[in-house]
Design a protein around this ligand. Structure first.
Ligand SMILES: Cc1ncc(COP(=O)(O)O)c(C=O)c1O
Length: 491
C-alpha cells in the first residue's frame, strides 16, 4: 500500500473538512498518475488506519469520489479508479485552447514605449543596440556570493523581510567607492539609491520631478524609453540637435530663453544612440546654463566603463557642487541586463523623496542579489571582469569596424566609436532598412529595422546602431558577411 499518510497530508479542524481533503488528495494522485486508471483504492479501513481518521470519514471521501465520477464501486470488490475518468488520467490537466479570454472586457490606453522583443533563438546572431557579452560574466563567483548571502539570510531571516527601498547598504557603499575611484563622483553610500536598472531610476525621478506640462529637453535622437517615461508624466519634450561635439548648446540656450525648462536628459559620455562624446568645453557651458536657467540635469551614464583609446572625460556629476546634476548608472552593460541593478546618485533629500515612490511600485530591490554583487565589487572581481571585458570589446570593435569597412563600404558609413559597445552609422540612400532587417533575419542575423532611430524629418529609416560587444570576433565576421549578402541580394 502506498504511504498515504505522506501522500495525503491533512489539516485537522480546517475547512473544507477531512472527507473533502481526502477526496481532493486522491484526485490529485490520479491526475499525477500515482493512482493509474483501473487501480484499486485502498480499503477504507486500512486507509483510515494510515491517516488516523475514522472509517466513516474515508467512506464519505469515497462517496464524494464516486459522485464526481472518479471511483467505481462494484459489489464485494475494492473500489477502483474509474476507466472513464472525468479528466485525462495520469497527466496534469491540459488547459483547453481558447478557454482563457483572448481580449479584455474593458478599454485601456497603451503606452508609447515599444515592448522588448522576444529572446532570439540561441543559434541566431544579434547585432543589438549595445549589450555586453553575458558569456563573460563571472557567473560562478556571483552564484557563490548569492549562495553565501542566502545562507546568511537563513540564519538572520529578518534580512528577507521588507527592507529599505534604497538598496542594501553594503552595495551602496561599494557603488559609492567604485563611482569615486573610477570617475571622481564624490558620493557616499547616503547619496546612492539602488534601483532595478536605470529605467526604474528614470521612472522614479520622473514621478518626483516632472509634472504635466513641464518641458523636458532631450536630444533630437534620444533613448526612446526615457522619452516615453517623461511623456507618460505629461511632459512636453523639446529636442535639441547633436553634432560631433555632442548636444548643440546654442539651440538649448535659445530654447531656455523661450520657455522654462524643468529637466534636461543627457548621455554625455556616449550620446545614445550616436555614440558622440560631449566635449569638455560644452560640459562646462552646460552646467553654467543649468544654473542660469534653473533646470535639472539628468545624466544617464549607461556605459562609462567602456572607453578604449584615451582617458574618459569625467561625468558632469563629478564637477557638480551645486546639487544640479542627478546621476544614473547601471550594471546592465557591466554584467547583464537581466540582473537589473541600476542606481541614482543625488543629494540625500532627493533620494529620501524617491523612497516612498519606489515603495509604491516595488517595495524594495533584491537584497540577496545586491549583497552578492556588493561582494563582487568589494573583492575586486568586478574590476577584473571589467578590465578583461574592456580588452575583449576593444578587440571586437576593431574586428567589427574593419569588417564593416571592408565589406559594407559603399552602403554603410560610420566613425569608429572611441568607446561604448556599439557602432552608429548611416546607410546610403536607397537601402531599405526594414527589408534589409527582414532579409538578415532569414539568414540568421537580427538587426533593428532602424525605425527606432528615425527622425520625424526623415522619410525613411537610414541610421542603425550595431552592438559589437555581444559577439565574438568570428561571430562578428559572420554577421558582417550576412549583412553583405543581404545588401547584395537587395541591390
Ligand atoms: C541610453 C541607455 N540608458 C540606460 C540603459 C540601461 O537600462 P537599464 O539599466 O534599465 O537596463 C540603456 C540600455 O540599453 C541605454 O541604452
Amino acid at each position: 500500500m502506498l504511504p498515504y499518510q505522506t501522500l495525503l497530508p491533512l489539516q485537522r479542524g480546517a475547512s473544507p473538512g477531512l472527507p473533502q481533503q481526502i477526496a481532493a488528495g486522491l484526485i490529485d494522485l490520479i491526475r499525477r498518475g500515482v493512482l493509474p486508471f483501473g487501480a484499486r483504492f485502498p480499503g477504507a479501513r486500512q486507509l483510515a488506519g494510515q491517516l488516523g481518521v475514522n472509517r466513516q470519514t474515508v467512506g464519505l471521501a469515497y462517496e464524494e469520489l464516486q459522485a464526481q465520477g472518479w471511483l467505481v464501486q462494484r459489489p464485494r470488490t475494492a473500489p477502483v479508479v474509474c476507466a472513464q475518468l472525468p479528466e485525462v488520467p495520469g497527466q496534469p490537466l491540459p488547459v483547453a485552447a481558447g478557454q482563457f479570454p483572448a481580449r479584455a472586457a474593458f478599454q485601456f490606453t497603451k503606452t508609447a514605449a515599444a515592448p522588448a522583443g522576444q529572446l532570439p533563438a540561441q543559434s541566431t546572431l544579434v547585432l543589438d543596440g549595445g549589450s555586453p557579452d553575458a558569456r563573460l560574466v563571472p557567473h560562478a563567483l556571483l552564484a557563490r556570493n548569492y549562495r553565501l548571502a542566502s545562507r546568511g539570510a537563513a540564519r538572520r531571516p529578518h534580512l528577507l523581510g521588507y527592507a529599505a527601498p534604497n538598496g542594501v547598504r553594503r552595495l551602496r557603499e561599494q557603488l559609492a567607492r567604485y563611482l569615486h575611484d573610477t570617475r571622481g563622483v564624490p558620493a557616499t553610500a547616503d547619496h546612492v539609491f539602488v534601483t532595478r536598472g536605470s529605467t526604474m531610476a528614470f521612472f522614479l525621478l520622473a514621478q518626483l520631478l516632472v509634472q504635466a506640462g513641464d518641458t523636458v529637453v532631450v536630444a533630437a535622437r534620444s533613448y526612446a524609453e526615457a522619452d516615453a517615461i517623461f511623456q507618460s508624466r505629461g511632459a512636453r519634450l523639446a529636442r535639441v540637435a547633436v553634432d560631433e561635439h555632442g548636444l548643440v548648446l546654442d539651440e538649448l540656450e535659445v530654447l531656455c530663453r523661450r520657455q522654462p525648462v524643468r529637466l534636461l536628459y543627457v548621455t554625455p559620455h556616449h550620446h545614445y544612440p550616436t555614440t558622440v562624446t560631449l566635449s569638455a568645453a560644452r560640459r562646462v557651458r552646460l552646467l553654467a546654463l543649468a544654473e542660469q536657467y534653473d533646470f535639472i540635469v539628468l545624466e544617464d551614464d549607461y556605459d562609462f566603463d567602456y572607453h578604449y583609446a584615451e582617458a574618459p572625460i569625467l561625468p558632469l556629476a563629478s564637477a557638480d557642487r551645486r546639487g544640479r546634476v542627478i546621476y544614473t548608472g547601471s550594471l546592465s552593460k557591466v554584467l547583464a541586463p537581466a540582473y537589473r541593478i541600476g542606481y541614482v546618485v543625488a543629494p540625500a533629500e532627493v533620494l529620501a523623496a524617491l523612497a516612498p515612490i519606489r515603495v509604491l511600485v516595488d517595495q524594495l530591490g533584491d537584497p540577496l542579489l545586491e549583497t552578492a554583487v556588493a561582494e563582487l565589487l568589494a573583492d575586486g572581481t568586478l574590476h577584473n571582469h571589467l578590465a578583461r571585458s574592456r580588452q575583449q570589446y576593444q578587440h571586437r570593435r576593431d574586428v567589427f569596424c574593419a569588417a564593416l569597412q571592408a565589406r559594407l563600404a559603399p552602403w554603410f558609413t560610420f566613425v569608429p566609436p572611441a568607446g561604448g559597445l556599439a557602432v552608429w552609422g548611416r546607410f546610403a540612400a536607397g537601402v531599405d532598412l526594414p527589408k534589409l532587417a527582414q532579409r538578415c533575419q532569414e539568414l540568421g542575423l537580427l538587426i533593428s529595422d532602424g525605425r527606432a532611430y528615425q527622425l520625424p524629418t526623415e522619410p525613411q529609416p537610414s541610421h542603425l546602431r550595431l552592438g559589437f560587444a555581444v559577439l565574438t570576433p568570428a561571430e562578428l565576421e559572420r554577421s558582417v558577411r550576412i549583412l553583405e549578402t543581404a545588401l547584395r541580394a537587395l541591390h
